[in-house]
Design a protein around this ligand. Sequence first.
Ligand SMILES: [Zn+2]
Length: 313
Amino acid sequence: MLLVVSKALSLGLDYYAFRLEHRYHLSNQRVGSWFWDETKGWLLGLLLATLLVELVYYMIRESPVHWWFLTWIVFIGLFIFFAQIAPVVFLPIFYKFEPLDNERLKLRLVRLSERAGTRVRGVYEWKLSEKSKKANAALTGLGPTRRIILADNLLKNYSDDEIEAVLAHELGHHVHRHILKSIGVQAAVTLLGFWTASLLLHYAVERLHMFETLSDFANLPLLVLLTTVLSFLLMPLLNAYSRFNERQADRYCFASIKSVAPFISSMNKLAQQNLAERAPSNFVEWFFHSHPAITKRVAAAEQWVKPEAPANS
Ligand SMILES: [Zn+2]
């Protein structure tokens, strides 16, 4: 019921976001396809939320004192499981993927990863252009599902040197284990969330007498409210952590490509194509941006000095 009500309330805003992308020629998606994606996303959310909420209340009933800690342990396992299945189960619900069919680029990636002393299991072409005019690339998966995904509209419109720079950045995320570290950060945030939820529920039941028991389902909106407030308050912190990782991946890229020029040109092309705000105000960047401003990333590349190779003496 809660998900039905919240979707009914947010649908107008979601549709506005869809129209906005069209107004600025950023989207290739028709309204039918958009509506189908919304439906699939909502059903997936319903399935996962139902399972997780049932789990939380089961734990509250079984262990009213320690539920928050025990549920946290189970959630860590779920985070790892979801990160692992995301590229093979969740992403294909919305996009098509194909193994990269370009021997020249594959060879370049193999050379990059050999120099890094690591091995990425796969590079996939992400069929993004049937829905969006924006280009993107990402590192996803964990363990056997680890892969780099490159949007088809990036593969088509960028030079091999520029694509190599993007690949090197994603490889930087892989080498620095950013997905695993982010799960760690997410786990810490979740522990804080569960602990706060436990305090809040005890207070609401024992002091305010708002509910008869801790496991009263009626307190679910209160838990959702707490999650929303906490996520909002922690957003600058999590974004700062993400920007730290992005800068690290950028530096890894600078060190592993021959010249930073293709990195700079790919950044400028991406900013133009995606209509990114090149130089947002410090506050906007601090609060909302998971990536450093384009102007800062380009400046860092321009100032990059290759470390001297150790002298053979
Ligand atoms: Zn990145």
